[in-house]
Design a protein around this ligand. Structure first.
Ligand code: 5AD
Length: 354
């Protein structure tokens, strides 16, 4: 089978995915990326969905070897936003015409079941937005209450689908638990997002293929693939960063294999490459997640250093993105950007009746 035929297949074996990830010739990589762009157009159209992130706490009880927020990082100044600050920031985001709010933090049980439910419920009182929680592994009963309070989506990256690597990177957590949490969240009616980090120490292309296959098995609504960036004061501070091209190839292969999922051009990609957002959006991505954390806290949410969004001015970011998107023939969506699976079933966008 030649490359063109392979890129047009409906379903893919593990070996085929690995061979696509291992493409090295410039011309072949271009063909892969062009095909991903075509599949993206077919399933997502030209609209780019914005998700406004509020990083409301950088406290974390976990000790992931790659992450700057790990509990063992005693050098990081910690902060927590009050519920009122979080609700007010969410209001500002929706006033800008951005209709998904992502509430993200380290694993921080200070925000207990009731407090998170209160924040979700209050945001929903003021604005017609979708709420995504990205606050790590919590109790199953908490997920249930937060869904009732109005949460719509849950973002919980699997980070790596290789169970051995997972247990090396993470202090106490296990891959099988993470998968159970994702499955339970889906069964509650959450739209679920997951994904990996590309270029973690010891990870191979075979592992990345398994990441994409796990995303397929979990029937995700959103799949995110961002490059590893070594963070100061972590055990992996001197490791090599993930590669931009391998990240773009991963996104492109994921688009071709997974088809009707949202794929973000991640902040990590925009951090290691000035043009990362645009490169991502032309390699299969259809989502951007601008940072709306109040400026006074932003520098302390140091998952990794020099985050590109650290300078993003909340009032200017939408205009800037509109301009950047115009240059590649794309536009900002005016909707919430719900799961493509909810709207279209397994059909393509051209079959959508409106
Ligand atoms: N480099 C890149 N991504 C990282 N994350 C955590 N640490 C790093 C790092 N050093 C990612 C994880 C997490 C998300 C919020 O950031 O995938 O889920």
């Amino acid at each position: 089978m030649n490359l063109k035929e392979l890129l047009h297949k409906e379903s893919f074996t593990r070996e085929e995915i690995i061979s696509l990830l291992k493409l090295q010739k410039g011309e072949e990589i271009r063909e892969l990326i062009n095909r991903a762009d075509e599949v993206r157009r077919e399933y997502c159209g030209e609209e780019v969905h914005l998700r406004g992130i509020i990083e409301f706490s950088n406290y974390c009880t976990e000790d992931c070897l790659y992450c700057g927020l790990r509990a063992g990082n005693l050098k990081l100044q910690r902060y927590r936003m009050s519920p009122e600050e979080i609700i007010e920031t969410a209001k500002q985001i929706s006033n800008l015409g951005i209709f998904t709010i992502v509430l993200q933090s380290g694993e921080d049980s200070y925000y207990d079941k009731d407090l998170i439910a209160y924040i979700i419920y209050s945001i929903k009182q003021y604005s017609d937005v979708a709420i995504t929680l990205s606050i790590g592994e919590r109790e199953f009963d908490e997920y249930r209450i937060w869904k009732l309070a109005g949460a719509d989506r849950y973002l919980l990256k699997h980070e790596t689908a290789n169970p051995k690597l997972y247990s090396i990177y993470h202090n106490k957590q296990k891959l099988e638990d993470r998968i159970k949490h994702l499955e339970f969240l889906k069964s509650l009616g959450y739209q679920i997002g997951s994904g990996n980090i590309v270029g973690l120490p010891m990870q191979t292309e075979e592992d990345i293929a398994d990441d994409i296959l796990l995303c397929s098995k979990l029937d995700l609504d959103m799949a995110a693939f961002g490059p590893f960036i070594p963070a100061p004061n972590t055990p992996y501070r001197r490791r090599k960063a993930g590669n931009v091209m391998l990240t773009l190839k991963t996104m492109a292969v994921a688009r071709i294999v997974l088809k009707n999922v949202h794929i973000p051009a991640t902040t990590a990609l925009a951090t290691i490459d000035e043009a990362g957002r645009i490169k991502g959006l032309t390699s299969g991505a259809n989502v951007i997640m601008p940072d709306f954390t109040p400026m006074k806290y932003r520098q302390y949410y140091e998952i990794y250093p020099n985050r590109n969004t650290i300078k993003d001015d909340p009032s200017a970011v939408k205009a800037l993105l509109t301009m950047q998107l115009e240059s590649i023939g794309r536009k900002i969506s005016s909707g919430k950007g719900d799961s493509l699976k909810l709207i279209f079933g397994n059909d393509k966008i051209s079959h959508y009746p409106y």
